[in-house]
Design a protein around this ligand. Structure first.
Ligand SMILES: C[S@@+](CC[C@H](N)C(=O)[O-])C[C@H]1O[C@@H](n2cnc3c(N)ncnc32)[C@H](O)[C@@H]1O
Length: 288
């Protein structure tokens, strides 16, 4: 048996020694999760039984090796919803909330009360499910190729009582795209890291699937492929909204322009980095 406060300090020190710069926060999350207590440190003298302390130690050791906290906990919050996560699926990032804000804004400005929305490269479903919940009369579809991610997508739809329609398919396939018609909005956060960035990943990110991260040599493969293939799934005047990596905005804007998209807009994330590129599908008869 060990007291909570003393054991907390030991765990936090283990994490600090491993180089973790959020040691206090991570330890708190693990204590909250395993002790099933939102405020575990308000009872500093309470004894932790040996088997529970062992469980916590095992988790802290995994975390010391760079295993993501989100995978340890098995779930993570995005917007105001909770998503199951684990090996095989990308952990939802706060940057992606900028994409949600952007799409809600498009709906407000265009008075779209029951938009048809398509989320390509859906992963955990954080984008599709959040939009479905935030726009109750929407019809939201989510496309994801890989089994491991697709299982999380389906589980998260269930857990959030969402009506998202999940499709397991390859977004790079024109045959898949042809089955989707008349959408008001396409949202996508595709893999966008470059070959160089893949060489230099944080150890936590290395635990995430490469298929969710790597976007080809210059990181732009998916934008190049998705834009012409899925353009026909949008209504005229419909919008496409991409999350992008750092400094990819001009290249992605060029790809959109060369596929007859207009009104290209950039939005920064909370860190001041241009994170979202949005564009409108031009009328067919105005095509170059
Ligand atoms: C950057 S992650 C985004 C996940 C989620 N939308 C989010 O924002 O957290 C990209 C996702 O695309 C999926 N993916 C990669 N290649 C794909 C393809 N060819 N077709 C469909 N999905 C693909 C990956 O499995 C991964 O879930």
């Amino acid at each position: 048996m060990v007291r909570r406060a003393r054991f907390f300090i030991q765990c936090k020190e283990m994490l600090e020694l491993s180089g973790c710069d959020t040691a206090g926060f991570d330890t708190l999350c693990v204590f909250q999760d395993i002790l099933n207590d939102k405020y575990p440190l308000t009872k500093p003298d309470e004894e932790i039984p040996g088997d529970i302390a062992e469980k916590i130690t095992d988790i802290i050791k995994k975390r010391c090796e760079g295993y993501p906290l989100q995978y340890v906990l098995g779930e993570w919050d995005f917007w105001k919803y909770t998503f199951r996560v684990g090996e095989g699926v990308l952990i939802p990032r706060p940057d992606t909330e900028t994409l949600i804000e952007n799409i809600l804004d498009i709906c407000r400005k265009n008075k779209l009360q029951s938009p048809k929305i398509l989320d390509l490269c859906s992963g955990s479903g954080c984008i599709a499910i959040t939009l479905d919940k935030e726009i109750p009369q929407s019809e939201v579809w989510a496309v994801e190729k890989y089994d491991s991610a697709f299982e999380y997508l389906e589980e998260n739809i269930r857990l959030n009582n969402s009506e998202v329609r999940a499709v397991k398919a390859d977004v790079l396939s024109p045959e898949t795209a042809r089955k989707f018609k008349d959408f008001d909005i396409i949202a996508s956060n595709p893999p966008y890291l470059t070959a160089e960035e893949m060489q230099d990943l944080q150890k936590e990110v290395r635990a995430e699937p490469e298929t969710a991260l790597y976007g080809g040599d210059d990181g732009l493969d998916f934008y190049r492929e998705i834009t012409p293939v899925w353009r026909n799934s949008l209504k005229t005047g419909g919008y496409i909204s991409y999350e992008i990596g750092m400094n990819q905005h001009n290249s992605v804007a060029e790809i959109l322009k060369s596929n007859n998209f207009i009104n290209i807009n950039f939005t920064e994330d909370t860190g001041g980095i241009i994170r979202i590129v949005t564009a409108e599908k031009q009328e067919e008869n105005k095509n170059g």
